[in-house]
Each structure stands twice: as structure tokens, then as C-alpha cells.
Design a protein around this ligand. Structure first.
Ligand code: FUB
Length: 447
């Protein structure tokens, strides 16, 4: 049953903005903090619906050391490299049932049914008769990027966070999953707005250690329940399988180990796009000292022949091809030896990273750079050289292609050097400091 649209809800439509952000590497959204990425394939694009972490504003009686989120953006891409930020789709104070200034718009999900797009989000209700703590509401749109019209009331019978929605292609039945201590699941009516069964507590999961973020997908008749779980100190991504969307499930393994730098949460979604499977997850790349400001990432995911999932090792390189004619951020490396990576500006981390070559022999490898049929004549290096040095650029496929003789000069500057042997198609770059010391590189770009 579609409910009447409030004036507040309609106001969300006018606040839509479109900006572009492009990144081929991890994290792949760098214009704001993003977490809990729910990725969906709609048509020929991937849409990512993340949480939007912000710094807790003053004067709102908010904990400064906790999650703080007031709205949601949606991002989309046709190649997982160039991402469009479609702007705010739902914001707390324009949803009639959400407690004003509660800043608790946690992990969402979205799905398409019969040409409508349903966006599920948890928040704190203003009406205490609905219940204390979190409940889950829905906003509906005709297009994945919105405008979304929030329903006037949350879904009856649901208490908790982290909605995950799944439609079984076998019979068209929709399911809603969520968490609150346990993982829960229930059937959804065809209107996608009301439960159509009792609430099932999914019991086959660890009783010790927090588990949340249930996300179900199906492949070859196997239903995969994926979820973050604190087995040790912080969350790792696990999964269980079943022949039924509501279980019983059987533990099947770990998809991703705990964050090596200690980000307490992780949160996943898994999609197949153009014949490749991908794991979307998050890490606190842009906020290494405060793990409640996170950034979304994507890496390729592979299955074993028996349907089990191969563990995903997080990468900085991420996925997709990098255009040789654009700035190649070599600090998102595939392999590294000796060289290190640091923020360009440790106060404003959104300025990105640089690669530091402290001594001769330091190198980084950056895979999958697409030259196509273009014949590169020069390569520009955004560099800082605190000493005379030689920086060599090569590819795994073509050997050495350029060599920059750097003269000691303070501050960032561009050095353009000839390409001796133009690579073709897709190459893996290797950048090596062969002579000298103390060179920093922001990016390189071919012309
Ligand atoms: O983003 C807030 C919470 O952190 C989510 O709801 C959880 O899944 C965890 O990622």
C-alpha cells in the first residue's frame, strides 16, 4: 500500500544534485566518507547505496566518538571506474517518522521490483509507541537515482538495523533481513512495504560476538547469507549457505579477514556485473585515526568449483582499467617494494596520497593501465625531488619506456619526459627510483 506523500518528503526531490567523482581504485569514493556499501546492478550500471559518515556537529548533544549520519547519497558507474554522485536521496529531517536530528541513518539497501526502486534504511523513530531504538523504513522511486519518496511510517513488526532485501528469481518472493543481536528474516508482501510472514530468528549463526549486516544473494541454486561477525576483536566477513532463503544455513567460511589496521566494522554486498563477481566493503582509508568515518571499496570475488567463496584479500588497486591519459594514482599500487605511501596533506586527507621513494631501488607496480591504440609520446610526473635522482618508468610487457632525470627542487611540480617505446593495450606499470633518494610522486599521466 503506497501512502500519501508528505510535503517534507516532496522537498527531498528538489534538493537533488549531481556531481561527478572518478576513481579506479580503493577507496573508490573520495569526495565524502561512505560506509556499508549496498551495490546493485540496475540496467547496465552498478548503483551503490552507502551510509554517509560525517563528523558529529556541535550543539546537537551527539557523541563525538560514535557513528554520525544524517542522509544518503547514491552513486553509479557503468565501468566501476568512473563514478557519478547523484546527490542526496533521503535525509533524516525530511522523513516524517524519523526522530529529528537523530543522526542515525545507518546501513541501507535497495532493490528494484516492477520498475520501482525501493530504498530500505534504518533510523530512530520519533514516535516512541513504534518502539525504542532502530526500526526500518522504505522510500520509493521510479529511477534508481531518485527522486525517492519516503513512506510516512516504518515497516510494521521490524526492530533493528542493517536491512538486506532479496527477491528469489525462482518464485518472485521477496525477503527482508535485518539484525539486532541476532540475524532476522521475513517474507515481504509484493508491495515490498509490509511483512508477509512471522519474523524468523536465523539461529544457525554464532551466538558469541556481534553479528550484523545480513545480505543474501543466490548463485546456482545456493542461497548465500553473508554477514560481518566479531569472531575475535573486530568484524570480519563470513558467510553461510542454504537451499532456502530463510535457512537453515550452514557456516561456509570467511570472505574477508579482519582489517589489518583495525577498522572495527566491515559491511558487505556481493554482485555479478558483466560476468565478474565483486565484493563491496568498507575500510577507514581517509580517516586512519577514527574508524567511524569510513570509505567504500570494491575488489573482485571468485568462487571455487563447489560454490564456496575464495577469500578476498583487500587491495588498494581495486578493479577496472585505468585510462593511461588520466592521472594514474600509483599510490593505489598492486605491488610495492621499499617505497611507502603517505597522505599528501595529513590534515585534509581528501587530498589523497603520494608515493614516497626514499632510496634507490624502491619501486611500485600499478596494474591494468589501458593505452588502447593510443601512441603515448610523453609522460608527465607530478613530483617533489629533495635530491637529484633518476626515476624510471617501465611496464611488465614493454620493459623501460621512460626515464626522468630529476633535479633537486622543492615543492610539487610537473616534469614531462619523452616516452621512448609507446606501450599498446593494457600494461602493468613499474616505477623505480634507480639513482638518488627522497622523491615523492603524486601521479603520472601519459600524453
Ligand atoms: O554504519 C553503522 C553500522 O556500522 C552499520 O549499521 C553496521 O553494519 C556497521 O557497519
Amino acid at each position: 500500500m503506497m501512502r500519501k506523500h508528505t510535503k517534507e518528503a516532496v522537498a527531498v526531490i528538489v534538493s537533488l544534485a549531481v556531481t561527478i567523482t572518478a576513481s579506479a581504485q580503493n577507496p573508490f569514493i573520495t569526495n565524502q566518507f561512505t560506509a556499508d556499501p549496498s551495490a546493485r546492478v540496475f540496467g547496465n550500471r552498478v548503483y551503490v547505496f552507502p551510509s554517509h559518515d560525517i563528523q558529529a556537529p556541535d550543539g546537537k548533544n551527539l557523541r563525538k566518538d560514535w557513528f554520525c549520519m544524517e542522509d544518503y547519497h547514491v552513486f553509479s558507474s557503468e565501468n566501476l571506474v568512473d563514478w557519478t554522485d547523484h546527490g542526496v536521496i533521503v535525509t533524516q529531517n525530511k522523513v516524517s517518522w524519523v526522530k529529528r536530528d537523530s543522526y542515525a541513518m545507518w546501513a541501507p539497501d535497495a532493490i528494484e521490483r516492477n520498475g520501482k526502486y525501493y530504498f530500505y534504511f534504518p533510523a530512530t523513530p520519533k514516535d516512541s509507541t513504534i518502539g525504542r531504538g532502530f526500526t526500518i523504513g522504505v522510500a520509493i522511486a521510479d529511477k534508481p537515482e531518485g527522486p525517492y519518496i519516503p513512506e510516512d511510517r516504518p515497516i510494521k513488526g521490524v526492530r533493528g538495523i542493517d536491512p538486506g532485501v532479496f527477491i528469489d528469481k525462482k518464485d518472485g518472493q521477496a525477503y527482508l533481513y535485518w539484525s539486532q543481536g541476532n540475524l532476522y528474516g521475513a517474507k515481504l508482501k509484493a508491495n515490498m512495504l509490509e511483512l508477509d510472514s512471522e519474523v524468523f530468528t536465523l539461529k544457525e549463526f554464532p551466538t558469541k560476538g556481534l553479528k550484523e549486516g545480513p545480505y543474501v544473494f543466490e548463485r546456482n541454486g545456493i542461497y548465500y547469507m553473508t554477514y560481518p561477525h566479531v569472531e575475535n576483536n573486530i568484524e570480519r566477513l563470513e558467510y553461510a549457505t542454504s537451499d532456502n532463503p530463510l535457512g537453515p544455513f550452514k557456516f561456509a567460511g570467511v570472505i574477508m579477514d579482519e582489517s589489518p589496521t583495525g577498522c572495527w566494522t566491515n559491511h558487505q554486498s556481493i554482485i555479478q556485473f558483466k560476468n565478474q563477481w565483486y565484493l563491496f566493503y568498507h575500510h577507514n582509508d581517509l580517516s586512519p585515526r577514527f574508524d567511524k568515518k569510513r570509505s567504500v571499496r570494491v575488489d573482485s570475488l571468485f568462487f571455487n568449483p563447489d560454490g564456496t567463496i575464495k577469500k578476498v584479500i583487500p587491495t588498494l588497486r581495486g578493479v577496472g582499467l585505468t585510462n593511461a591519459l588520466k592521472e594514474i594514482q600509483i599510490d593505489r599500487y598492486s605491488h610495492i617494494s621499499g617505497a611507502t605511501v603517505d597522505f599528501i596533506d595529513t590534515v585534509n586527507t581528501f587530498g589523497g596520497w603520494k608515493t614516497v621513494f626514499a632510496k634507490g631501488g624502491d619501486w611500485v607496480q600499478y596494474n591494468s593501465v589501458d593505452f588502447g591504440s593510443f601512441k603515448a609520446r610523453t609522460v608527465t610526473i607530478r613530483v617533489k625531488a629533495d635530491a637529484n635522482a633518476v626515476l624510471q618508468i617501465g611496464t611488465k610487457q614493454n620493459g623501460i619506456i621512460a626515464e626522468a632525470k630529476l633535479i633537486k627542487r622543492s615543492g610539487w611540480h610537473d616534469v614531462e619526459i619523452p616516452v621512448k617505446k609507446a606501450p599498446k593495450d593494457v600494461n602493468d606499470l613499474v616505477i623505480t627510483l634507480t639513482t638518488g633518494k627522497d622523491v615523492e610522486v603524486d601521479w603520472i599521466k601519459f600524453k
